[in-house]
Design a protein around this ligand. Structure first.
Ligand code: GYE
Length: 341
């Protein structure tokens, strides 16, 4: 079901006319460049990517990884749709991909539920769906081919274990520890896993008190608002768990505006997830204690899967990305040199 370049252009124009909201329309220069390069005989693997949005540093690095991988000179034509953190936009994008008869659909589902109907449509059209980053919960598991992403629950456990050991080292192992959590988008795999993993460790510590959890939707602005609310509501907070870096940056701003401090020498311990470069810089400035890595560079892994499927080979149903954790006491300058996101 390969599509010729000229055919794709016709379809792109049709889609733009139908939905009036495609990335191609927002960035006409992409299409123009493409039209200049028409060679009727060339075949491409056409991939439609329904991305969550552009809410975080992690997300931008993730999008870039797909753009870098699925290039025309690499044999691909990538149709990219930014869902702007709305499930309905992602569903619309998938329907457009089906209409355009793409060869593969890559879906990074904003939340886990609500995908049965549209994935059924993709299946009926014979288009394989590869899940990337987050997972879906569907009744019929055959609605997607495979999933590549992080073990979010383990990330949550890593954060919890680190906190337990750190408090122990500080001689606070049996003090009452008052914790607040800034959660990611509720119902997303990253939020569910990180919350549950951390909870597992928390449940075993009789002296840890989770004061409140609230969603900051993985963004700096909402993270800041939630932290302002926590600071207004609770007088003593010992630990702030942020389920991603951008919310941690918002929390740092709120804490500093309130005349308080966080980090290894601060009033509060700050824990985050993702380990983007900007978070390393926050650790270097002494504002953040630790960060659990979440690798956004999933493009090459998805490409490998597509190549296998093209050759008719079996693919693993689940593939985890390798991840580490970093804290402010490491040689951050040395580590930063080799970080790519
Ligand atoms: O942690 C966050 C992003 O799903 C792993 O989504 C991803 C999360 C990531 O917005 O920064």
């Amino acid at each position: 079901m390969r599509m010729r370049r000229a055919w794709i252009i016709g379809l792109l124009a049709l889609t733009a006319a139908l939905c009036g909201c495609t990335k191609q329309q927002e960035e006409p220069e992409d299409t123009l460049l493409y039209e200049d390069e028409i060679e009727d005989s060339d075949d491409y693997i056409v991939v439609g990517f329904a991305q969550v949005g552009s809410e975080s540093d992690w997300r931008l690095a993730n999008t870039q990884s797909f753009r870098d991988t699925f290039r025309e000179d690499n044999g691909y034509y990538l149709l990219f749709e930014d869902g702007q953190q709305k499930q309905e936009n992602q569903i619309k994008a998938i329907r457009n991909f089906i209409l355009q008869e793409v060869d593969y659909i890559i879906l990074d589902p904003i939340v886990e539920t609500g995908w049965d109907a549209v994935l059924q449509e993709a299946k009926a059209a014979g288009i394989p769906v590869i899940l990337s980053d987050r997972l879906v919960v569907v009744e019929d598991e055959s609605l997607y081919t495979c999933w590549v992403g992080s073990d979010f629950e383990e990330e949550g456990r890593i954060a919890g274990r680190w906190l337990r050991d750190y408090l122990e080292d500080q001689g606070r192992g049996s003090d009452e520890i008052r914790i607040v959590t800034l959660q990611g988008t509720l119902g997303s795999s990253a939020q569910i896993g990180r919350t549950e993993g951390f909870d597992e460790i928390l449940a075993a510590q009789g002296n840890w008190n989770m004061l409140e959890r609230m969603s900051g939707d993985f963004t700096l602005t909402k993270g800041r608002e939630v932290m302002e609310y926590f600071l207004d509501t609770y007088e003593d907070i010992d630990v702030v768990v942020c389920e991603n870096d951008n919310m941690a940056f918002g929390a740092i701003e709120a804490i500093q505006d309130a005349g308080k401090t966080c980090g290894p020498d601060g009033d509060m311990i700050l824990i985050s997830f993702d380990a983007a470069k900007s978070a390393f810089e926050a650790m270097q400035r002494g504002e953040l204690n630790m960060d659990v890595e979440c690798n956004p560079l999933l493009g090459p892994m998805v490409e490998e899967i597509i190549q296998k499927l093209e050759r008719g080979e079996d693919v693993d149903r689940v593939q985890y990305v390798e991840e580490k954790c970093f804290d402010a006491f490491m040689d951050l300058e040395g580590i930063l040199e080799s970080r790519t996101y």
